[in-house]
Design a protein around this ligand. Structure first.
Ligand code: VGL
Ligand code: ZN
Length: 189
């Protein structure tokens, strides 16, 4: 039996930042970023069939955000609010009742984790969620920060490796090590 069939009540699918700018052709492209989409679509179908909620975070920066090079940050401008680059990939089949988590809006600091001042933890608790299945972009940036926070908050976490891609190979190896050390599990797909 494949893992996609093990979804049960108390689970949620948490999709991190599958937005145009993080895919080939975007402003901060991650190699093969678009390859996560078909894998995630299978998980979305399974989540809908099992009636478990789908959460999707999005990086949603104001112009001139502190994380942009022009403002002294590490990244080229990306995921600027209301631009096409900030939109979810159109081929990602998010259900109409997807719970959207918006982050990266603060003027004073970046928010790599979907838990950082978003209220996500409270929403998950209120919804009776204890187990998270996680995929998205980028493995060594926002997926990493989100998974570490999820573990800190005591959620059971499984990362779907085939549903993630990262910025650098070394970054991905180090990120996986940190997530495993924090008690997250990995499955291939
Ligand atoms: C991300 C770099 C900058 C991510 C967000 O979603 O992983 N990476 N902002
Ligand atoms: Zn960002």
């Amino acid at each position: 039996m494949s893992a996609v069939n093990s979804l049960r009540r108390g689970d949620a699918l948490l999709i991190i930042d599958v937005q145009n700018d993080f895919c080939p052709g975007g402003a901060l492209p991650i190699a093969e970023g678009d390859k996560v989409v078909p894998v995630l679509n299978r998980w979305i179908d399974a989540a809908v069939a099992a009636r478990i909620p789908v959460y999707a975070s999005r990086d949603w920066h104001p112009e001139g955000h502190v994380s942009f090079k022009e403002s002294g940050g590490p990244w080229p401008p990306h995921c600027v609010q209301d631009t096409e680059g900030a939109a979810f990939r159109a081929d990602l089949h998010l259900p109409a009742n997807t719970i959207k988590v918006t982050k990266g809006t603060r003027f004073d600091h970046d928010q790599n984790s979907a838990f950082d001042e978003t209220g996500l933890e409270a929403h998950l608790r209120r919804s009776g969620i204890s187990r998270l299945w996680v995929g998205g972009l980028a493995l060594d940036v926002c997926v990493l920060a989100t998974v570490l926070d999820a573990r800190r908050h005591g959620f059971d976490v499984t990362v779907i490796r085939g549903a993630t891609r990262g910025v650098t190979p070394e970054g991905c190896r180090e990120a996986e090590r940190k997530m495993l050390e924090a008690g997250a599990r990995f499955i291939d797909e």
